[in-house]
Design a protein around this ligand. Structure first.
Ligand SMILES: Nc1ncnc2c1ncn2[C@@H]1O[C@H](COP(=O)(O)OP(=O)(O)OP(=O)(O)O)[C@@H](O)[C@H]1O
Ligand SMILES: [Mg+2]
Length: 436
């Protein structure tokens, strides 16, 4: 065993403790992890923090400041780390010495201690690795886009119902609406759907439309990401879901919405090398806030839709079982292949195809079989049958599960069960992919 006096040296602690721990958690040789020792803290002149670390698998970045057995984590070290986090607008920071690890969070202008860990023997890093892995997992946000190159296949209906079922399971869910038709934002109660329905004159209608001009929404969120990293700025664009989608009373889950409107135009995003990564950058500043981010996309593959694909780890593809829709899937999978290639396979993985609006006809069955043979590596997930109950629920802006609670109609309950089964299947499939 090494002589205890070695631990009096910060460089030794960095090389033997911090390095050992993080080599196991996030090996430097793997492209998903970025380590920058002696990192110049933004807005602090020449001040350097011991490490800047980015984990692109879990969407988290943080600073580490190292202390020795002699210098130890003390009030001055905590103050200094706090200043680094504040000035760099960095959310998480770690203090590590041979005796303990402290994890701090900078949020809403406050620095708080999230959790601590006592190191019993600095040469035995295994339990410290487990502790940090647990913390990092707790900040992890799973991101899923619902995308199809065809309109009216049930993308928005899936988005809102999957979001609801995830929230009911206790997850914190963010729905991102990237479609200028804003159907998800209307359904989730943040786009004045009721006021629009009540508007009687063209003037009232125009006034309602104008009210979106000053509102912060998804375009502003993306534009902010070009220059900002401050969590508070991104949160200003997000609103709690309302109406049938307010999960407040239900267990501990919740749904928030990053809405769109008719102002969500691709031309708002100016072409630049980073124009496709704005949503990704912005969402990364929210890691720790949500368990799942569900992105509803428009059927047009424009710059905003590309942002959705670049920002999400997984993509589910709803499709009607018709020959033309099925051919569109091949194109989409090719595009997703490009996204994966550009992002070290961290974005744009097709999770599965969801057969939607299924009627029990022989044609549907034939196409299903054809798809299974033609695209063997992307599984077909739980199908959603064509149902007037589903149409009615979305017309009433309610999750299918809530709509089915009333009336005791077995067909409505079966329709709701499909969304529940599909959501469980999606979660299980991601669990499986993450384990491998
Ligand atoms: N399984 C279903 N059975 C019957 N009707 C459905 C079903 N799924 C969705 N619908 C209805 O079909 C219409 C289109 O669905 P939705 O808006 O979800 O499709 P979309 O793919 O998001 O469309 P767009 O491409 O225009 O955004 C809606 O009126 C919706 O209520
Ligand atoms: Mg839609």
């Amino acid at each position: 065993m090494s002589s205890p006096t070695y631990w009096d040296n910060e460089a030794y602690v960095s090389a033997h403790l911090v390095n050992e721990i993080f080599e196991r958690l996030m090996p430097k040789r793997e492209p998903h992890y970025i380590w920058q020792p002696e990192y110049k803290v933004p807005n602090m002149g020449n001040k350097k923090v011991d490490f800047y670390i980015e984990d692109r698998l879990r969407n988290i970045e943080f600073f580490i400041e190292v202390k020795s057995a002699k210098t130890k984590i003390d009030g001055a070290a905590r103050f200094q780390l706090g200043e680094y986090l504040r000035n760099a607008k960095m959310r998480y920071g770690l203090l590590i010495d041979p005796f303990s690890i402290e994890i701090y969070e900078f949020l809403n202008g406050q620095i708080t201690l999230k959790t601590t860990y006592s190191i019993t023997d600095p040469t035995d890093v295994e339990s410290a690795v487990l502790f940090l892995d647990h913390f990092l997992e707790s900040t992890k946000m799973r991101t899923i886009a619902i995308n199809a190159s065809k309109g009216g296949v049930g993308k928005t209906t899936l988005t809102v119902n999957i979001a609801y079922e995830l929230a009911r399971m206790g997850n914190r869910v963010l729905v991102v609406d990237l479609d200028d038709q804003a159907n998800a934002s209307l359904t989730l109660g943040v786009n004045k759907a009721e006021e629009f329905e009540r508007a009687k004159t063209a003037e009232q209608y125009k006034k309602l439309l104008d009210s979106f001009k000053g509102r912060k929404e998804v375009i502003g969120f993306m534009k902010s990401a070009a220059t900002e990293t401050d969590h508070a700025i991104f949160r200003e664009h997000i609103y709690p879901a309302m109406g049938g989608f307010n999960c407040g009373e239900l267990e501990k889950g919740k749904i928030d919405v990053l809405p769109s409107s008719y102002l969500t135009k691709p031309a708002e995003i100016t072409e630049s090398p980073s124009a496709y990564r704005l949503l990704d950058k912005g969402l990364r500043c929210l890691s720790g806030d949500y368990d799942y981010v569900i992105v509803d996309t428009s059927p047009n593959l424009n710059r905003i839709t590309w942002n959705g694909l670049y920002a999400t780890q997984y993509v589910v593809v709803p499709s009607q079982m018709e020959y033309l829709s099925v051919f569109g899937i091949k194109n989409l999978l090719q595009n997703l292949g490009d996204v994966q290639e550009m992002n070290n396979n961290l974005r744009g993985k097709p999770l599965g195809i969801i057969p939607t609006m299924i009627e029990n006809t022989t044609l549907h069955q034939t196409i299903r079989k054809f798809l299974e043979e033609w695209i063997p590596d992307v599984p077909l997930l739980q199908e959603i049958k064509g149902s007037t109950h589903i149409g009615n629920a979305s017309h009433l802006r309610k999750p299918m599960s809530v709509h089915a609670e009333k009336g005791n109609n077995p067909n409505a309950q079966r329709a709701a069960q499909q969304f529940i089964d599909l959501t469980v299947q999606i979660v299980n499939r991601i669990d499986l992919l993450e384990r491998n």
